[in-house]
Design a protein around this ligand. Structure first.
Ligand code: HEC
Length: 118
């Protein structure tokens, strides 16, 4: 009889600590999962696009991508996501290598979440 109680206590405390942990993880995930211009997108653009899409733009690039509004406008009106996702010669960065898919996916997620600034 004593042994049975001990097992119940063990099961109870094990399941309690499990559910507590997963609640913790869930909260972390939600925070990390929001993509913002300031935290994620600006660095991607600075590292891969500003070489030509500076202000003023160089090397024949038609617009700058130096501010939040520049990049937002390019997503909404200049097919930025289509251009970084392209698998032909139109791919951006121009003349360079297509960005890793994980980076492209971040930009797609940024658009899906509403192009949040910060
Ligand atoms: C080596 C210079 C260079 C780099 C680096 C570069 N671009 Fe471009 N980009 C251009 C040129 C030149 C054009 C205009 C010709 C064209 O549309 O292909 C252009 C056009 C574009 C357009 C279409 C604009 C329009 O109105 O049609 C988008 C969107 C774009 N670039 C986004 C990007 C992004 C995002 C990056 C970084 C991932 C990037 N570019 C990196 C040179 C560059």
């Amino acid at each position: 009889m004593k042994r049975k109680y001990l097992i119940y206590i063990l099961i109870f405390s094990a399941s309690y600590s499990c559910s507590y942990n997963s609640e913790d993880d869930l909260t972390d995930d939600i925070i990390v999962n929001v993509v913002t211009y300031e935290d994620n997108i600006k660095t991607i653009i600075d590292n891969n696009c500003i070489f030509c899409h500076s202000n003023p733009p160089t090397n024949g690039a038609p617009m700058s991508l130096t501010t939040y509004l520049d990049v937002k406008d390019a997503v909404e009106n200049r097919n930025l996501i289509g251009r970084i996702s392209a698998t032909d010669a139109s791919v951006m960065p121009a003349g360079g290598q297509r960005l890793p898919q994980s980076i492209i996916d971040l930009v797609i997620q940024w658009q899906a979440e509403g192009l949040i600034e910060n």
